[in-house]
Structure formats: structure tokens, C-alpha cells
Design a binder for this molecule. Structure first.
Ligand code: PEP
Length: 261
């Protein structure tokens, strides 16, 4: 059974002091879920040192929101995968739509970042998502498959278990509504099939595919009713500790009812 995930990316929010307060409030609320689900927060770089300390004895892992593909060198303003690992990160988010849209990242560049992350022992959280136009033209699945194939071009089936795929439709991020459970489940199913065609049935059965894009404590349970969805990746709704705790509770409930009896 795939371990379900509740995660949040903080974007350019929650500085170091606020991180300490967030962690102090959230850890007693969510640590009880730690046996059943995997949890992570992705703070801004300058909050990582506080996050490492504050979450050190908690079930919540921490990660970076971006990484450079090179291991060191003249890359002003950038952070390497080894630096993230040294800072206590277990995860790194890659290909978030804001990186693609505002910083011109491509999936070929993302491929190099995936390689760097894996080499440093980090778990890439690889975002994949179609635009509104892709959806309207009925080519969402083709786009997701192409993004996955390009970003994972250098990976083998064995490495798939060290990667989390995040289906994040670009039109649903920071929006007023999430994808419907039916729509999201269909994308997850087709993406898993595409992983199977590329990496084989075992890799496809094992890889976690989580959903992100306007998830709230109101719509999260309906999404988690769909067994195709292995967890929730949340922005705004988890920028408060209570919000994250609500999302984690939803995922933990799904983990419980999905347990084989
Ligand atoms: C995101 O930015 O990845 C995201 C899912 O944000 P939100 O939940 O706010 O739509």
C-alpha cells in the first residue's frame, strides 16, 4: 500500500520567527498521524534552519522549494541539492507552475534538477500540470505524460520510489476551486498508466501521485475518497498551522479507511 502524503509549500511566506510559531502549534496537532501518513512542509530557504530545529522531533519533514542543478560554482543566488540536504531537507519541490511561468524553467531544466536532487539523496516532489488551454483542447493527459517523460528521462524504474509526483493543474493553483474529484482521479489514473508504460508495472504501482491546486479543508475529503489520489499538496489552506492540521487529518482518515482489513 502506498503511504499517503499531506504536504504544504509556503512559497514566499512564513519567515523564521513565524516558522517557529507554526511548528510549535502544529506538531502536537499532527504528530499522532505520523505512523499512518507522511507529512512535509516546504519553507522559504531562510526559514529552513529554524524549521529543522523546530520539527526535529516531529513526524513532519522539511524540504526546499527549488534547487540548482549544479553541485557548486558561480551561480549567484542559487542553492545546491547538497546544501539543502545539509540544511536538514528531505524533499525538494520541482517544476512548480510559478517557477515555469515567472522564471522560465522548462522540463528539460527540471530533468537536471531531478538528477541533482536524487544524487543528493533528496526526494523530488515533481509538479506536473496542464494549462487551462491544454484542458480545453483535451490534451491534459498528453501534456502530463510529456512533462513526466522529459523530467524523468535520466531515471530508472528503481528510482521512481524515491520520487513523488504532484499533479497540479496550472489552472487550479491559487484559484477559487480545485479540480473535481472525478477530473483529478482520471488524470492520476492516466498518469500512472503513462508511468507504467515508461517504467513498468511495479514502478507505476508504487509511485505516489498527490494532488495540488486550491485544496481546502472543505474539498480535501472528497478528493481523498478517490483511491487514485495518494495525498494532498496544499498552498494557502495550510499556511496556518490549524489549516495544515485539518488537511493532515483528512489524509490520515483516508489512510485509515484504505487500510486492508
Ligand atoms: C500550489 O501553489 O502548489 C498550491 C497548490 O497552491 P494553492 O493550494 O493555494 O492553490
Amino acid at each position: 500500500m502506498r503511504k499517503l502524503i499531506a504536504g504544504t509549500g509556503w512559497k514566499m511566506n512564513i519567515g523564521a520567527d513565524a516558522t517557529a510559531r507554526y511548528a510549535a502549534r502544529v506538531t502536537p496537532l499532527v504528530d499522532g498521524f505520523g505512523d499512518d501518513i507522511e507529512m512535509f512542509v516546504l519553507p522559504p530557504f531562510t526559514s529552513l534552519h529554524v524549521a529543522r530545529q523546530a520539527f526535529s522531533s516531529s513526524a513532519v519533514g522539511i524540504g526546499g522549494q527549488n534547487v540548482h542543478w549544479d553541485s557548486s560554482g558561480a551561480w549567484t543566488g542559487e542553492i545546491s541539492a547538497a546544501m539543502l540536504a545539509e540544511a536538514g531537507c528531505r524533499y525538494v519541490e520541482l517544476a512548480h507552475s510559478e517557477r515555469l511561468e515567472h522564471f522560465g524553467e522548462t522540463y528539460d531544466l527540471v530533468r537536471r534538477k531531478v538528477n541533482a536532487a536524487i544524487d543528493a539523496g533528496l526526494t523530488p516532489i515533481l509538479c506536473l500540470g496542464e494549462t487551462a488551454e491544454d484542458r480545453q483542447r483535451g490534451r491534459a493527459d498528453k501534456v502530463l505524460e510529456a512533462q513526466m517523460t522529459l523530467a524523468l528521462a535520466d531515471q530508472t524504474a528503481a528510482q521512481l520510489s524515491a520520487i513523488i509526483l504532484a499533479y497540479e493543474p496550472r489552472w487550479a493553483i491559487g484559484a477559487s476551486a480545485a479540480a473535481s474529484p472525478d477530473y483529478a482521479a482520471e488524470r492520476h489514473r492516466n498518469l500512472r498508466n503513462a508511468v507504467g508504460a515508461r517504467f513498468g508495472a511495479d514502478a507505476a504501482a508504487g509511485v505516489r501521485i498527490i494532488y495540488g491546486g486550491s485544496v481546502t479543508s472543505g474539498n480535501g475529503a472528497a478528493l481523498m475518497e478517490r483511491i487514485e489520489i495518494d495525498g494532498l499538496f496544499v498552498g494557502r489552506a495550510a499556511w496556518s498551522p490549524d489549516g495544515f492540521a485539518d488537511i493532515a487529518a483528512i489524509v490520515a482518515r483516508a489512510a485509515n479507511w484504505r487500510k486492508p482489513r
